[in-house]
Design a protein around this ligand. Sequence first.
Ligand SMILES: [Zn+2]
Length: 166
Amino acid sequence: MPYARKKMHDGDTHLRRRWRLRNRKKDLDEIDQDLKTKSDQLLNQDVDLDKPGFAQFYCIHCATYYINERAMQDHFKTKVHKRRLKALEDEPYTEKEALQAAGQGSYEPPAKRKMATQPSKSELEAGAKITVELQPDTPKHVKTELSKSKVLNGNYVEILNDLKSK
Ligand SMILES: [Zn+2]
């Protein structure tokens, strides 16, 4: 009876599983959603003793925890972080764009967005927020139209801010 011996334990699979889950990296489109909808929450996390730095030093763009302020600031200066900001400047690939790339429909390049390193703790406390907005030079026609118009000239800044919030 070669297979009679019953396995009495599961080895360390539960530990491995936990490890895997903890180190699972987020995809760019998940991070995009985080930036759009969960930035307040993610930049102001509850103390979690299982996370590096008790979850108080989180780079939202890279979805990574750091052990302290210094480590996070150092990370902000790295190529990895800067490359990630660049990558997030493009709206994540949508199904429509996938079709266009496959030769169906005309190709429109993804919208460029402003991506800056997250506000510091003190800036956050002062009410700073992460916003995902288009680069100001993207809607070129809007800018020129507005500056040509005498009526709108006075409210230019106000209108542009309004446009940005849409
Ligand atoms: Zn980062």
